[in-house]
Design a protein around this ligand. Structure first.
Ligand SMILES: O=C(O)CCC(=O)C(=O)O
Ligand SMILES: [Fe+2]
Length: 417
């Protein structure tokens, strides 16, 4: 096989992959240009088209965070990142290209790793000459320019001091010992801020309402400023950096290989956007883990992998005068459930839990792997509103440790091939 490699220039798509929320004021932020990821070329074989399509399907199925776009079989949507991946093929000559739309830097890293993983496990695809060369170069260029982690900029602001006024070593030790900690803060969301957030949610992303019936969106710093919630945003944005500085997380695990942009010294990282979620009367989220342990079995035996890179979930609640007995909506957390592969067991077996009241100013930090649910909201007049950030610890993802270059102190992407 000796097909020449043609690299296409990224084109900005005119239609946005997932409807971004409208800006409250000013002009909307244009979506980032899609990133072409890799390229397959084959001259004549129908079977290659089939192989690529079936690989793409299995890629979408590889984690519950990826979903089929109901309107476009060649698109995989990733609601949690406001991102999507499009498989583009042309006839004669038959060529394939993947484009990532809308992912931020850290998420891009995760998507690349997922692609590598799924590609490596598929011999058929390798035989079909997927162009590793091209993928390798893009990933390398991308990570070369990367900052230590995306929370880095936030750490250069006053966020550390802000968080230091509400978190202390005792709370961090409690988080380490129990897997979660929650307490009241005086970072309250005002009625005006609440209304701004509620408005930004109006262009909601659709959810599978068998699993969760709430309304969610992700907002960036500009949106946060427009909603007047910069303080809350900074609190969540600075949390990974704060925890990195306050605790030696390598104490808990050994032999980890941080995936860029994490480093050994700063293993926790965070994306630059936060989730806003709203639950109204009757809405809920069944028992789940934000980073589920997934058991797969193939010819060579069973294997366990995590569904993503999340390590801590940090939630700041916003609803005034909330009482779970009257208003429902408790965040129910089940201790010691990080290794569950079926979260529904926690409820079925009546395992012990703690109910956290989602009231204005309450901050909850928990190990994302723990099983938790949002109980049905009973209030017919009030919205249960929360702001969430997921802090990642990439080395827990199941990404192979043999790509970690001990001497250089960073991931060696070349070892992936
Ligand atoms: O809003 C909450 O209390 C938790 C929501 C949740 O579990 C999630 O979004 O994953
Ligand atoms: Fe959750």
């Amino acid at each position: 096989f000796s097909a020449s490699v043609s690299v296409s220039t990224p084109s900005v798509s005119s239609s946005t992959p997932l409807s971004p929320f409208p800006s409250i004021a000013g002009s909307p932020v244009p979506p980032p240009a899609p990133i072409p990821l890799y390229f397959a070329q084959d001259v004549d074989e129908n079977s290659s088209r089939q192989a690529v399509n079936s690989w793409f399907e299995s890629f979408i199925d590889s984690t519950s965070y990826f979903q089929r776009d109901p309107n476009d079989a060649s698109t995989c949507v990733i609601p949690a990142f406001n991102a999507s991946i499009k498989l583009k093929g042309t006839e004669l000559p038959l060529k394939y290209e993947l484009e990532i739309h809308g992912a931020n830097e850290e998420d891009f890293g995760m998507l690349c790793a997922k692609l590598f993983e799924s590609q490596q496990s598929d011999d058929i695809l390798q035989q079909k000459k997927i162009n590793n060369q091209f993928l390798r170069q893009i990933v390398r260029n991308h990570f070369q320019n990367m900052k230590p982690h995306t929370g880095y900029e936030a750490s250069q602001s006053s966020n550390y001091d802000l968080i230091d006024t509400i978190l202390d070593n005792e709370k961090i030790e409690s988080l380490v010992a129990n897997g979660y900690v929650h307490f009241d803060t005086d970072i309250l969301t005002t009625p005006v801020q609440f209304q701004n957030l509620s408005n930004i949610l109006k262009s909601k992303t659709s959810q599978d309402n068998q699993i969760r019936s709430d309304t969610v969106t992700f907002i960036n710093r500009n949106d946060a400023i427009q909603c007047g919630i910069e303080e809350q945003y900074n609190l969540l944005m600075g949390m990974a950096d704060y925890l990195n500085r306050k605790f030696d997380w390598s104490r808990l695990d050994s032999g980890f290989a941080p995936l860029a942009p994490a480093t050994k010294a700063a293993p926790l990282t965070n994306p630059a956007n936060i989730q806003i979620a709203s639950y109204a009367l009757g809405e809920f989220y069944v028992a789940h883990s934000d980073n589920l342990l997934i058991q797969t079995s193939d010819g060579s035996g069973e294997s366990l992998t995590r569904s993503n890179y999340r390590r801590f979930t940090v939630i700041l609640y916003c609803s005034d005068d909330w009482h779970v007995q009257r208003d429902g909506g408790a965040l129910r957390i089940y201790p010691n459930t990080v290794d569950f592969t079926d979260p529904s067991i926690a409820k079925q077996n009546n395992l012990p839990y703690e109910d956290v009241t989602p009231k204005n100013g309450k901050l909850l930090i928990f190990d994302s792997r723990l099983v938790h649910s949002v109980e049905h909201v009973l209030s017919s007049t009030k919205e249960r509103l929360a702001m969430t950030i997921w802090i990642s610890r990439p080395e827990d993802s199941g990404v192979s440790v043999d790509i970690w270059d001990e001497e250089a102190g960073k991931v060696d992407w070349y070892r992936m091939f």
